[in-house]
Design a protein around this ligand. Sequence first.
Ligand SMILES: [Zn+2]
Length: 269
Amino acid sequence: MRWIKQLQSERRAWTLALLVLGLVCPTASASGQQTSAQPATPQAAQPPSPQLPSSPPSIPAAIPPRPPELRFVVVLDAAHGGSDAGAILGIAGLEKNYTEALAIRLHALLGARGVRSIFTRDDDATLDNDARAAVANRANASACILLHATPTGNGVHLFTSSLPAPAQPAAQDLRRAFLPWQTAQASFGTQSLRLESNINAVLTAQHIPVLLGRTSLMPLDSMACPAVAIEIAPLNAETPLGDPKYQQKIAEALTSALLEWRSDWRSQP
Ligand SMILES: [Zn+2]
């Protein structure tokens, strides 16, 4: 009888070891999947193989790549701030406060639509241009939106960098690693123009006048991302910059354009 007890004891030990490895109890391997950062894997979507009905659940060899939507991130750069007040916008106040409020509004709207965005500033901080570009370049941003405001003109002014395209475009995977800081935007000219085109289309559809331009501007030129500087002007004499409905209309239009851009960005090589 002693050998039977010994066998039972060994069997318990093996069962325990297999349980720890998640090879016996299906719930053990299911709970392992629940704690994974990825709720669904390509393996889970495949139909079960009829040849191997009793094979154990497949264990992924590595963490699958993150889906594109998790990597899409927008950088919101509220221009000016702190000791740099920017323009005086009449009853709309100081430009630094206007751009900050717009960035915060955009962040909320994008978040509600499942788009991650990060600020260069969301308070009255004084930031130099290098610090702003550093936020964008560290984030590996999918879109960089630089926000300005002006009391002159009408509608929205969109600016992309006037830097000439590099003679030989860098390979896609080398772009972010070896770009000269002062002219990083040069390699993103085509993408920035496409992003600008999306924003232009949505604003125009909302009957907001749009002025397009190219400019040499910091930190725009140092940003290694599709980037557009957006300067908000009063809609017309009846609708000043401070009009809350006008501000909301612009923020919603920019959100729609960025959602459109996310689709474009996904389809890019
Ligand atoms: Zn400004």
